[in-house]
Design a protein around this ligand. Sequence first.
Ligand SMILES: Cc1cc2nc3c(=O)[nH]c(=O)nc-3n(C[C@H](O)[C@H](O)[C@H](O)COP(=O)(O)O)c2cc1C
Length: 274
Amino acid sequence: MKKKMISLILTAALLTITAGCGNTGTQSGGQTDGAQPPAAESTTQSAADTQAEADTQDSVAQPDAQADGATQAQAEAQSEAAAGDTSGATEGEESSSNVLVAYFSWADNTVLDEDVDAVSSPSVTAPGNVQELAGWVQEETGGDLFSIRVTDPYPSDWDECLDRANEERGEDARPQLQENVENLDDYDTVFLGYPNWWYGVPMALLSFLEENDLSGKQVYLFCSHGTGGLADSVDIIEEAAPDAEISDNIFDCYEEDASSSQGEIQSWVEELGY
Ligand SMILES: Cc1cc2nc3c(=O)[nH]c(=O)nc-3n(C[C@H](O)[C@H](O)[C@H](O)COP(=O)(O)O)c2cc1C
């Protein structure tokens, strides 16, 4: 009898210990470890930072640029980001969330030239502005992160990127995407993040909206931009996704404020009920 009691106690103790050793590799958003975007970086963007209108450019015709004195640390973060898979919502992965956080960011869509000038090509080094905002939205909502990526990366040089983006805009192009959201039906809410490109959106965002039907879904937009603000971007998105429920409550921030916007993102997402 005494032996039986001891054996019972030992079994119970063993069970308790095993329960505390669950698989922690999968995070709440269905992401696996290492799939997180790089942690928010405290790149100091002082008031003295200049807005780098490329001097050879016509300031009316050309969009503005942020000059934030990106550091070596940012370049390192870029390679970390490239190594990490942020597309947790793609084929073969199961999601436990009904929230998708899809975003486009230049840093996720370029291959850095060795001699990239991170001052005149601001935000090209990871984390990109929208990439960073998206990471915080994901943290707050527990949603699944999906980086919209083109198959043909953009130049990491500011002027060249502007040129290509402008060409695509002129042609009403739909750049090919690396992948689409496989389990789109699982999501009823989509946070969609993008930078203002040429007074509107990167054309890849339209590829995304045409290939991933957001009809009937609640959509919350967030955007980082230069001095142009949201410009025509919201109208363009509404036109591309006419049956999506696009909320008027849009988060937007100036490019130089993006890296210090975590608190604002938290308040915004809380306001939306998360
Ligand atoms: C190709 C390109 C075009 C841009 N066009 C505009 C623009 O028309 N108006 C504006 O305010 N900002 C413009 N910007 C600035 C970006 O919107 C801004 O830097 C944003 O924060 C970048 O986000 P990201 O780092 O996630 O790509 C442009 C940037 C690029 C690379």
